[in-house]
Design a protein around this ligand. Structure first.
Ligand SMILES: Cc1ncc(COP(=O)(O)OP(=O)(O)O)c(N)n1
Ligand SMILES: Cc1nc(C(=O)O)sc1CCOP(=O)(O)O
Ligand SMILES: [Mg+2]
Length: 511
């Protein structure tokens, strides 16, 4: 048993969290350095602690200033983390003085870790010198022999090899062999700057084998921090327990994907922008609207599409959605049980544009993958679909999640799982969903009373009975969800308008 912070934890309750410690400089522009390392480790789902060796005043134009952290304070940071926090892998970046390199090597001998990843940062991508030639000999004599991998680019490899010219893949192999002779277990020479190469070629050498790792060159201005992020990602994969070759391959794939996602992001006025570690900035910057917070009154007239009905009436999903919106639908759910994934995605994107033009949220039934891929406003899931808790993790905090519930217990669970609303039914028998259990108006009322979330009623509802549903008078019953009474009809717009009028007459839902 172990005492921690006043509570007692059994050893069994603790699982080892993969942990990378980055020893590097801060980049005020947050594209590289400590900030890139933190983002890369977060993206690779590894804990990252930090020892800051220098502060740089930096942006997309270049480095405007550097202030080194005093050696003894670097030592103090190292000791604080290494003496307490079970670090798996140390990753180094900017080490701006001989004293700091020596301090690091001494502390690592005192507190050994599973692996050491050395990114020999000497020159920034803008060409500014971050670690001068004076530290080179300490680097070569003390740090490199302790490293499990070093990750120089062509300029850094050349600087470590006394100015050796590196212009071809064969030169990179020779450099990797020479650097390996200096003591590191693995050498990754990165060929991103290789002239006349349409691919990005890196050479990994472990003393026995050379691996030529090729990927298509991604042309983007937003590549500042690529080196730091690659080294941190390698460290992250090694911290998870992967062998070096797999770690390098995964890290390289991750950086390529992030570069590809970063093509359109627009930060700063200089020649080199930061890239998008979490692969999330692009969809936001390109989205034609900002996600509005969920408004329960949107549940007022909830139109749920049905692929079979659309086929029967010879209309596309897009036409069905347009007509429902024109008739007054306040939220749309695409429930396309028979659609091929590719077709579903394309229709969903088109419907999303229409919905957003009218300020109407669009949810996807069942398919969290499709919702993510087309950046829909959310999903609706049932009791046998992906659990709402998992959907919330995948979709993030802003998206709308609805859950089908027939009982108070399910309603409570939906709330615990982070849902935004529940759909309760079948209120009346329905032909739209096979073998559906009918809960009736009483079942609906029981669930509404128990639910901490807003409720929309579903199942067999149409113009003739919508008023009776709303008159159960539960304050959290915000509207009705309808399939056949809108879409299994000749004119969707007319039927939606009629239902809208009935609901307005029932005087509910608009709060
Ligand atoms: C608003 C709303 N409520 C309930 C459902 C039903 O969802 P589920 O139980 O997952 O059944 P399917 O629709 O997937 O057949 C819903 N779709 N919408
Ligand atoms: C999709 C769905 N879910 C239900 C539930 O009870 O959770 S009933 C239902 C079908 C609703 O279609 P219609 O409006 O045509 O009856
Ligand atoms: Mg479902």
């Amino acid at each position: 048993m172990q005492e921690k912070g006043g509570s007692t934890l059994s050893d069994d309750s603790r699982t080892k969290t993969p942990h990378v410690l980055t020893v590097a400089g801060s980049d005020s522009g947050a594209g590289a350095g400590i900030q890139a390392d933190l983002k890369a480790c977060a993206a690779r789902r590894v804990y990252c602690s930090t020892v800051i060796t220098a502060l740089t005043a930096q942006n997309t134009v270049g480095v405007q200033g550097v202030s080194n952290v005093p050696e003894d304070f670097v030592a103090q940071q190292l000791k604080s983390v290494l003496s307490d926090m079970q670090v798996d892998v140390v990753k180094t970046g900017m080490l701006p003085s001989v004293g700091i390199v020596k301090t690091l090597c001494k502390t690592l001998r005192e507190f050994p870790v599973h692996a050491l990843v050395v990114d020999p940062v000497m020159v920034s991508t803008s060409g500014d010198v971050l670690a001068g030639p004076s530290i080179l000999s300490t680097f070569l004599e003390e740090l490199l022999p302790m490293a499990d991998i070093i990750t120089p680019n062509l300029k850094e490899a050349s600087a470590l090899l006394n100015g050796m010219q590196l212009e071809t893949v064969d030169d990179m192999r020779s450099a990797a062999r020479l650097l390996h002779n200096m003591g590191p277990k693995n050498v990754l020479v990165k060929g991103g700057d290789l002239p006349d190469s349409s691919d990005a070629v890196d050479i990994l050498y472990n003393g026995h084998n050379f691996y030529e790792l090729r990927s298509p060159r991604i042309r983007t201005r937003n590549s500042h921090g690529t080196g730091c992020s690659l080294a941190s990602s390698i460290a992250a994969e090694v911290a998870k327990g992967y062998p070096m070759l797999s770690a390098v391959k995964v890290a390289k794939r991750f950086v390529e994907t992030a570069l590809d996602y970063s093509k359109e992001i627009d930060i700063g006025n200089g020649p080199q922008g930061p890239f998008d570690h979490l692969l999330r900035l692009k969809s936001h910057s390109q989205a034609c609207h900002r996600q509005q917070p969920f408004d329960p009154s949107d549940l007022f007239l909830y139109a749920v599409t049905d692929s079979r009905m659309n086929k029967r009436w010879g209309r596309s999903i897009i036409d069905a959605v347009k007509a429902a919106i024109d008739g007054g639908a306040t939220i749309i759910q695409l429930r396309e049980k028979d659609a091929e994934t590719k077709d579903f995605m394309e229709s969903a994107k088109a419907c999303l544009r229409i919905c957003h033009l009218h300020g109407v949220p669009l949810l996807i039934n069942d398919r969290v993958d499709v919702a993510i891929a087309c950046d829909a406003d959310g999903v609706h899931v049932g009791q046998s679909d992906m659990p709402a808790r998992v959907a919330r993790t995948l979709l993030g905090p802003e998206k709308i999640i609805g859950v089908s519930c027939k009982t108070p217990e399910q309603a409570e669970q939906a709330w615990v799982d982070g849902a935004d609303y529940i759909g309760c039914g079948g209120v009346y028998p329905t032909n739209t969903k096979e073998n559906n259990i009918t809960v009736g108006l009483n079942g609906l009322k029981t669930v509404c009373m128990a639910s901490k979330l807003p409720v929309v009623a579903i199942g067999g509802i149409g113009v003739s009975n919508a008023r009776a549903v709303m008159e159960i008078c539960a304050s959290n019953l915000k509207g009705v969800a309808v399939v056949s009474a809108l879409f299994d009809r000749e004119c969707v717009q007319t039927e939606t308008r009629k239902l809208h009028e009935v609901l307005l007459g029932s005087n509910i839902g608009s709060t």
